[in-house]
Write a protein that binds this ligand. Structure first.
Ligand code: TRP
Ligand code: SF4
Length: 374
């Protein structure tokens, strides 16, 4: 078990989420869905569909907090090191859901320190991407900027930096290596900075939000465990409650491997011109068979299909309709050509609507976040 290691910066592909949950002690998300309903709230699309597959303390910290009428916050960070794509949209949808349904305050770190240290990008480019790509797309997707605190890591105030410094005295190199494997100074700093991103909203200076949830891909769990441990270790110095976390399955790229800005041919960006996006989509790896005859006989395999992934995560919000697509694929009544043409129409419509909102969103973006001076 000690051999199990997830690299937050690596390209590990997680195939067996149940096993991963058990190894790391992440609870199944299915157990909290009834509690969300009991609180009178609808679970989100990604919760219903098992894309959010795990959690730590979402029931105790968030659902109970909501029932008691306490302030709730959802916190995440984006490394502005590339363009905003459908993988980012998965997190965006969760922020928007928590903001609208749970009334949560949203905190978004633009992880410029991390992008600079880990990805080695020029500062100007990082700052531009942070505002023009990340903040703008989040707003265009429906995040309410009035109930969101966007900030660049290098621009946050003294108490935030005080946390990072105090954290540094509470971790050992051996311990960080046990969690992360190969360590560099930049990874150590990025980890402690990320812990501060997650915990600083609990400080009075930032609103005193003691009920915090962090939506992450499973690869970010090492950060979550470290962050939760740090709360205990600063006891007596500052009052920090352990944050909750939810874990989602990462959407795959159009070739079935990792979706990433560094693989633009296999990644659909929300700013792709619709015809460019549709061209990528039409070439995507499906779960279809070698010939039409074979597919009619054996049916397709939606589990292996990156087109189906896009339906499941983003393009087909209606559960009944998704179930119909799944059935027609499995039974071989629908072939990939027809299915993709339907999907391409939806993708095009989605991008057109989104991009129509983008220009205004960019203007708002420039006014809601202050760029670092260097
Ligand atoms: N490390 C995250 C990434 O690789 C970005 C990030 C920075 C983050 N601060 C965070 C994620 C706080 C969750 C919570 O993209
Ligand atoms: Fe994928 Fe659709 Fe083909 Fe099924 S029919 S494998 S869902 S593209």
């Amino acid at each position: 078990m000690a051999e199990e290691r997830l690299d937050p910066w690596g390209t590990v592909e997680v195939k067996d989420y149940d096993r991963l949950r058990r190894v790391f002690g992440i609870r199944p998300f299915a157990e909290v869905i009834p509690k969300i309903r009991e609180a009178g709230l609808p679970p989100s699309l990604h919760m219903r569909r098992g894309i959010i597959f795990g959690h730590r303390d979402f029931d105790k910290v968030i659902v109970e907090g909501y029932m008691k009428g306490e302030k709730i916050a959802i916190i995440t960070g984006f490394m502005p090191s590339g363009r905003f794509h459908f993988g980012h949209k998965l997190t965006a949808d969760q922020l928007i859901y928590m903001q609208r349904v749970f009334g949560a305050k949203v905190f978004i770190a633009l992880a410029d320190a991390e992008a600079y240290a880990v990805r080695r990008l020029p500062r100007r480019e990082i700052i531009r991407l942070g505002i023009e790509e990340y903040v703008a797309n989040l707003i265009a997707l429906g995040l309410d900027p009035d109930k969101t605190d966007f900030y660049f890591q290098t621009n946050r105030g003294t108490p935030y930096y005080r946390l990072i410094q105090l954290f540094s005295g509470k971790v050992t190199a051996a311990e960080m290596e046990a969690i992360y494997g190969d360590l560099t100074p930049s990874k150590v700093v990025a980890s402690l900075t990320q812990a501060a991103d997650i915990l600083h909203p609990e400080l009075d200076e930032y609103g005193g939000y003691k009920r915090v949830v962090v939506p992450v891909g499973a690869d970010q769990d090492p950060h979550i465990r470290l962050t939760r441990d740090l709360c205990e270790r600063l006891r007596g110095v500052v009052h920090l409650e352990r944050p909750a976390a939810t874990y989602h399955k990462l959407i795959r790229g159009l070739d079935g491997a990792k979706m990433s800005s560094s693989r633009p041919d296999y990644t659909i960006f929300l700013t792709d011109p619709p015809d460019v996006a549709v061209r990528k989509f039409m070439r995507a790896l499906t779960g279809g068979r070698a010939t039409a005859e074979e597919q009619r006989r054996l049916g397709g395999e939606p589990e292996k299909c990156t087109v189906y992934d896009l339906y499941l995560y983003h393009l087909v919000p209606d559960d009944n309709e998704l179930a119909r697509i799944y059935r027609d694929c499995r039974s071989g009544t629908m072939l990939c050509g027809e299915c993709k043409r339907m999907g391409a129409e939806r993708l095009k419509a989605f991008l057109e609507e989104h991009q129509a909102r983008l220009e205004e969103a960019r203007e708002i973006a420039r006014s809601v976040v202050e760029p670092p001076s260097f």
